[in-house]
Design a protein around this ligand. Structure first.
Ligand SMILES: Cc1cc2nc3c(=O)[nH]c(=O)nc-3n(C[C@H](O)[C@H](O)[C@H](O)COP(=O)(O)O)c2cc1C
Ligand code: SF4
Length: 673
């Protein structure tokens, strides 16, 4: 690898020379300001990518109209300076920047007017309240609520039907708005426009979603007409800007079902790619089509899709055109990217989640250093966006806070002792060593990784081991010594200049009658294969650990029942993962008792007595009882340790069993020394 890496070779795309083949594809980040412009958080994130050597950065989901959606927006001259600051900043690193222009699949002005009307009614209501007319106030508020409800009903309706119901005039207005955004982008010094071929354009291209009977519906030529018109409009409005097209493909699942709705099946997509090239598009990014209601289709979580899973479509598109083609979708590793380029299967590699996890892919390839590979857990990125938070990778403590957090070089080199080699301790070791300290890590077990080693055991979760493998790869090259099978004594701690305690947590049990029966085992021991299970297993606690343990033992051939006090099993699980888990529960006939309270264990551990959701006392017979009722921090005795002591991870009282908190705890503790 090193400088000769294929990933680092430049490529000409239209009038742009990309200094290497590493691209950041469009990712909605949630970093933008309320008006959709690029503020400090957003700018710092993209600057960090550019600093890490990414040659081509696409700003995801830029709306060319004023919408309530939390995405970047560019529709007004007043927003030009913020986008110009972005372009100027990225150009300092010789990175090129594109805006992915999209239009939501609804009548934006129509819904906006209704929301505005509801707001005006509420204001009127407040005036009536101030005037003391409570009856009129109530009536006006009811009116406002009704209009709000109607607005959301319209939004909901449009998301399904706007593609077929939009008038030709509405489509023309949207096209003009996109062209206007392209013009503003050019004025701001942006290098390229990525046409978002999914969303409204993809819906129009789709045989599944587009039911129009006019010139934009029916035959292939009609369905792609609008997309080609949009390309033409951008060319006219912003001559000279490179135009890239995100080409969404409706792929075929293993079971023969179609995956995605808002795009084209592969044969049509290949034909469309040729037409895009003829229309002046200078680069195509081949991606999975969306619009299924489950983000897992386009952004598959760990254990559900192979690496490079969209590549077969990319290969066929590449064969059909002569312009550069990018591939996106779980490329994940440097080796994967190199192989794709070596085989000539794509010209550019888009690393999405991978660059949130490690923005330094390019510089590390050049230096031949290991990258921190994305777990595809979808927790810090996809889940965050789904719940309208900004993205923040679980493994990268700086992600999302690039403007305010960084590793500070130490004033003076110190000897740092870290107690515990779970991810909190390992991250602390990395950061302390980067700061210039000497680090000794003490781990009483024979392996590093702590809870990661059991978290990787349930179905689909082996990829989580990458979290530990990263440290295994980098720490030997740093001033870090790891002492396995060794407890950190007080003498060892006192001989250091500072101590970071990262001793984790232990699982707990329910203090109920019968909990000491021989059939009762802990979920952690089950996953660590320290406890045997057989027959009908009752898992007490349907949180994440309980649900995953249930899936694990069910897959081993046991009958399983889960008992959960709240109304949801695996409530903290990613929405992209939950359907796979529920499917597996169904396939293995796992019984789920929600709103159910465990009262006692009787019959020498062969019966669990519960109060079910209807308030009935029920006795559930079983062979094994697995406790999964949570964990509690471990406490290390540091009495008599007279050097500064810092805490990180579960033992610091941070959320137990949460990898993001562990990483951040380790990072912060090491940065604080
Ligand atoms: C948090 C998040 C937000 C995304 N937002 C967008 C978006 O705004 N537009 C888009 O076309 N794709 C979006 N995607 C899809 C990515 O561009 C990419 O296709 C996907 O993450 C698969 O690539 P990866 O496996 O390298 O992450 C998003 C993905 C993630 C994880
Ligand atoms: S949160 Fe998980 S999936 Fe998202 S970038 Fe980080 S490791 Fe990857």
């Amino acid at each position: 690898m090193g400088k000769n890496s294929l990933l680092l070779q430049p490529i000409q795309v239209g009038n742009l020379t990309l200094k290497n083949r590493i691209m950041f594809p469009p990712l909605t980040t949630g970093y933008e300001e309320r008006d959709g412009s690029i503020g400090p958080r957003s700018l710092a994130f993209y600057e960090r990518l550019a600093k890490g050597g990414v040659s081509y950065i696409v700003i995801g989901d830029v709306a060319p109209v004023r919408t309530a959606s939390p995405t970047p927006k560019l529709f007004d001259e007043s927003q030009i300076p913020a986008f110009k600051a972005l372009a100027d900043t990225l150009h300092k690193y010789d990175a090129k920047v594109a805006l992915q222009l999209f239009h939501p699949e609804y009548d934006v002005p129509g819904v906006g007017r209704m929301i505005g009307m509801a707001g005006a009614l509420r204001q009127e209501a407040m005036q009536l309240k101030e005037a003391g007319d409570m009856e009129a106030f109530g009536a006006k508020m009811a009116e406002a609520d009704k209009v709000t409800k109607e607005a959301y009903a319209k939004l909901h309706h449009d998301m399904q039907h706007f593609v077929s119901e939009a008038t030709v005039e509405q489509l023309a207005q949207i096209k003009a708005a996109i062209a206007n955004a392209a013009r503003l982008a050019k004025e701001a010094g942006i290098d390229a426009i990525e046409v978002h071929g999914d969303r409204l354009l993809g819906s129009l291209c789709s045989t599944i979603l587009n039911h129009r009977t006019d010139e934009y519906g029916g035959a292939f030529e009609n369905r792609i007409r609008y997309a080609l018109e949009v390309v033409e409009a951008i060319k006219e409005a912003a001559p000279g800007l490179m135009i890239e097209y995100k080409l969404p493909i409706v792929t075929v699942n293993e079971d023969g079902s179609l995956r995605g709705k808002g795009g084209l099946i592969e044969e049509e997509a290949v034909e469309f790619a040729k037409k895009l090239e003829a229309a002046g598009v200078q680069m195509i990014q081949v991606a999975q089509a969306n619009h299924t209601g489950n983000m897992a289709d386009t952004i598959p979580p760990m254990g559900t899709q192979a690496d490079n899973w969209t590549l077969p479509c990319c290969i066929n598109v590449k064969k059909a055109v002569s312009i550069p083609v990018a591939t996106v979708g779980r490329v994940l590793t440097v080796a994967n990217g190199e192989e794709i380029l070596a085989n000539g299967d794509a010209d550019i590699i888009a690393y999405g989640r991978s660059l949130c996890c490690d923005p330094d892919i390019a510089v590390k390839v050049e230096k031949d250093e290991p990258i921190r590979e994305c777990l595809t857990c979808n927790k810090g990125c996809v889940d965050a966006i789904s719940s309208r938070r900004y993205i923040s990778c679980v493994l990268n403590a700086e992600n999302g806070d690039e403007a305010t957090i960084s590793i500070k070089p130490a004033d003076a080199k110190k000897n740092v002792v870290i107690v515990g080699a779970g991810v909190a301790g390992l991250e602390a070791a990395r950061v302390a060593a980067i700061r210039g300290h000497h680090v000794d890590v003490y781990e009483k077990e024979e392996v590093i990784g702590g809870q990661i080693n059991i978290a990787a055991v349930p179905p689909r979760k082996a990829d989580i081991l990458r979290a530990t493998e990263y440290y295994q790869a980098i720490l030997p090259g740093m001033d870090v010594e790891i002492h396995l099978n060794t407890e950190a004594t007080k003498e060892i701690m006192n001989a250091a200049d500072a101590v970071i305690v990262a001793v984790g947590a232990h699982d707990i049990t329910l203090p109920i009658e019968g909990a000491d029966a021989p059939t009762v085992v802990s979920s952690w021991d089950v996953l660590a294969e320290k406890a045997e299970v057989n027959g009908h297993c009752v898992v007490i606690g349907g949180g994440l650990v309980g649900a995953e343990t249930a899936e694990y033992v069910a897959n081993k051939g046991n009958a399983v029942s889960i008992i959960e006090m709240t109304d949801k099993i695996a409530a903290q699980e990613s929405a992209t993962v939950l359907p796979y888990m529920m499917e597996d529960f169904k396939a293995h006939d796992v019984k789920q008792y929600v709103n159910t309270k465990v009262n006692s264990i009787s019959n020498n551990g062969k019966t669990v007595n519960v109060t079910d959701a209807e308030g009935n006392e029920v006795a559930i017979d079983c062979d094994t009882i697995i406790m999964a009722v949570g964990s509690k921090k471990n406490v290390l005795d540091v009495e008599g340790v007279n050097v500064p002591v810092y805490y990180a991870g579960d033992c610091a009282g941070e959320k137990t069993a949460d990898i993001a908190s562990a990483i951040r705890g380790g990072y912060n503790a090491a940065n604080a020394i």
